[in-house]
Design a protein around this ligand. Structure first.
Ligand SMILES: Nc1ncnc2c1ncn2[C@@H]1O[C@H](COP(=O)(O)OP(=O)(O)OP(=O)(O)O)[C@@H](O)[C@H]1O
Length: 286
């Protein structure tokens, strides 16, 4: 797929949002688009997704495309499974195949219990799981993701990362925008930034991942995890009832306070500090 001299403005005399955009989207590629708010990222993604035509220039070699928009149309009169099955049919799948794939994707994103819920009654995160499932069940050759991770819980975000990897490994292309510069950073094939009306190579390196602290803690059998854990905390409980919390080092004191003051309290068994960088000189590790 190739964009040649593509420009877009809204209305015949509106200001140009994009101009002179040349972009190659090869099979199997993962492309990241960045840029300031209002710079034209969504405009570019909509052109890639085939929603609206360029005001000038050409897009050639368009593959079968699926798109997760920035805002999901949640007011439609469908249940989650009804909506997904309907869209699967729109993508050309026979009804039973569409229904099976819809069920499988909802389960993969941990939303199977909401299959029968009306779209307008879904939480923001579950709506987003439906939006993402809608695109993935089509098994597209080009997947366009506009902030698709926003609102998803940690497990679903990881699942979407996996699904993107699975798609590109089968030769599909994925183009995405995400506010977190670390999103899929290790696997991106090319990064571009919208600057003014142009699309330029993005040479900024993603920031290093924040150092993580792991806390092992136990509580009385059946104690739920504390409700208000610091932002970004990942928690899992093993079969023996020991919980492993992983959190950015900057939030580890808040996590420890939360665990100790929970009712009933959690007993902290171990705290594992971030491992020192192997390249850090010995005298800086202390
Ligand atoms: N349907 C529309 N009609 C008129 N102008 C629009 C329309 N959609 C977007 N624009 C304008 O195009 C410009 C680029 O908007 P766009 O949504 O593509 O930016 P963005 O980089 O995705 O922004 P954000 O980071 O805030 O999501 C903005 O000036 C916006 O006001």
């Amino acid at each position: 797929m190739r964009l040649t001299g593509v420009g877009r403005r809204y209305g015949p005399v509106g200001p140009w949002v994009l101009r002179g955009v040349d972009l190659e989207v090869p099979a199997g590629a993962l492309l990241r688009i960045s840029g300031a708010n209002g710079s034209g990222k969504s405009t570019l993604l909509r052109l890639l997704a085939g929603i609206g035509a360029p005001s000038e220039g050409r897009i050639t070699g368009r593959p079968r495309t699926a798109y997760v928009p920035e805002r999901f149309p949640s007011a439609l009169p469908f249940t989650a499974i009804g909506y997904l099955t309907h869209l699967g049919r729109v993508h050309g799948l026979p009804g039973p195949v569409a229904a099976d794939r819809a069920t499988a994707w909802l389960a993969r994103f941990g939303a199977e219990e909401h299959a029968g819920t009306q779209l307008r009654e879904l939480s923001k995160g579950t709506s987003q799981k439906v939006a993402v499932s809608q695109a993935l069940l089509a098994e597209p050759e080009l997947l366009v993701l506009d902030e698709a991770w926003t609102g998803l819980d940690a497990e679903a975000r990881a699942e979407l990362d996996l699904a993107v990897g699975e798609l590109t490994s089968t030769g599909a292309r994925v183009v995405y925008v995400d506010h977190d510069p670390r999103r899929l950073a290790g696997t991106v094939d090319a990064a571009h930034r919208v600057e003014g009306t142009a699309l330029v190579p993005d040479t900024t390196r993603p920031p290093e991942p924040a150092p993580q602290v792991t806390v092992l803690a136990r509580a009385r059998a059946g104690t739920p995890l504390p409700a208000a854990l610091p932002e970004g905390t990942h928690a899992e409980v093993d079969a023996a009832g020991t919980a492993r919390f992983t959190v950015a080092a900057a939030h580890s004191d808040t996590l420890l306070r939360t665990l100790l003051h929970a009712d009933p309290p959690w007993h902290v068994r171990a705290v594992r500090e971030p491992v020192a960088d192997a390249n850090t000189p010995e005298d800086m590790r202390r």
